[in-house]
Design a protein around this ligand. Structure first.
Ligand code: ZN
Length: 170
């Protein structure tokens, strides 16, 4: 999918682009292509970005380590401020620090908006931090003790019983 040249977006009808998404995202392996829509509007000093999309991802369960398929849904809206980076690299650095702290996304006014990279970020936020194949997942299954192996506590009882019996017989 093409990146959107931001000055071009300002000239689009209603300063808006509607993009139909049916793509694989960069850096994110999905079982099905990401399907949905991204709407970007140029609002002068910022971009108004809305996106709805879904894809099936293969996740691995935190409890049993089995892989399972999970449908991840993104329904996101974000303002991205259009700000020219300062020529003074020091000022730029300071500004970036502030931006990071406040978690404000910015782009150059004459730069590009990349819808698939934006969607990638939204998917990263939408992937559940706690991954369970099932709410009732019992964790890693392990076989019960083989019948020949006797619990040590019972084993000592058994030997006691045996020696008692032996004493009685003698
Ligand atoms: Zn599991």
């Amino acid at each position: 999918m093409e990146a959107i040249y931001i000055p071009q977006l300002a000239k689009a009808p209603e300063q808006t682009e509607r993009l139909t998404v049916l793509h694989q995202l960069p850096y994110l392996k999905t079982l099905t292509p990401v399907q949905g829509e991204v709407i970007v509007t140029h609002c002068g000093t910022y971009l108004d970005v809305k996106g709805k999309a879904a894809a099936i991802l293969t996740l691995s369960c935190d409890r049993c380590l089995q892989q399972y398929n999970h449908r991840v849904v993104v329904d996101a809206a974000e303002f991205i401020w259009l700000e020219r980076a300062e020529d003074d690299p020091q000022a730029d650095l300071l500004e970036r620090e502030v931006s990071l702290e406040e978690l404000i996304e910015t782009l150059e006014p004459d730069g590009y908006f990349r819808p698939l990279e934006w969607l990638y970020e939204q998917f990263c936020l939408a992937i559940p931090p706690r991954q369970l194949c099932d709410a009732n997942c019992q964790g890693i299954p392990f076989d019960a003790d083989p019948p020949t192996q006797v619990d040590r506590r019972w084993a000592s009882l058994q030997s006691l019983q045996q020696s008692l019996g032996d004493n009685l017989q003698n």
